[in-house]
Design a protein around this ligand. Structure first.
Ligand code: FES
Length: 210
């Protein structure tokens, strides 16, 4: 929570979650490492968007696995903080989402609820960390058939654009960097991802069109 939030850039709900984040872990990380059913993490402290989350999964009376608790710790920017705080409430509300419901939650859902731009990188970080925690739960409980072989990776840290989104946009006709940038905003921050993005465009063009 080291960044200041300005008074005019964000919605009231986003400011509320940034100023009073819900379900944050402060010092009891070791306890949550022991207690959690699944752990997820994403990002790097160097890039300023590190997020770790812990989930507790319990079976309801019908034997359905539900997320009854989600706690988190972040060194991220205001969007990561607000999106993860909101997500921690959404996922555990009313007895908790089933794992399928939680996996179906998207970064766009979080942005819509916060009333912010749908491409906000922080919401993508929150959403990927949740998926990582659920897959960790699958691994710990031997449910390997439910594990997706590979989770999306963030390629552009500034905009939170993943390789999965780039692949989808290239498939839909974003066949060069400029078109992809118009579609996703990729590369409009520090520019460090430019070379990797171009490599991926080539790879997906090769895969789908040549
Ligand atoms: S990593 Fe900074 S613009 Fe992509």
């Amino acid at each position: 929570m080291r960044l200041e939030i300005s008074s005019f850039e964000y919605t009231d709900l986003m400011r509320e979650h940034f100023r009073r984040p819900r379900n944050v872990v402060y010092s009891d990380v070791e306890e949550w490492n022991r207690r959690a059913s699944g752990r997820g993490s994403i990002g790097s402290m160097l890039m300023g968007d590190s997020l770790r989350i812990w989930i507790v999964v319990e079976k309801d009376a019908a034997g359905e696995e539900r997320i009854t608790k989600l706690v988190w710790k972040s060194y991220g920017n205001p969007t990561v903080v607000a999106a993860t705080s909101l997500m921690s409430e959404l996922v555990t509300r009313g007895g908790g989402m089933t794992l399928e419901e939680a996996l179906a939650l998207t970064a766009e859902d979080l942005c819509d609820q916060l009333g912010i731009n749908r491409s906000a990188a922080g919401a993508i970080v929150s959403h990927l960390a949740l998926r990582d925690a659920i897959h960790d739960y699958f691994r710990r409980t031997g449910q390997n058939h439910r594990i997706r072989e590979r989770l999306p990776q963030i390629v552009c840290d500034c905009l939170g654009v993943t390789d999965e989104e780039i692949e989808e946009e290239v498939k839909n006709g974003a066949m060069d960097f400029d078109l992809l940038q118009q579609a996703t905003g990729v590369g409009t921050g520090c520019g460090a991802c430019h070379e990797l993005v171009c490599q991926l465009i080539e790879e997906y063009l090769e895969k789908y069109f040549y």
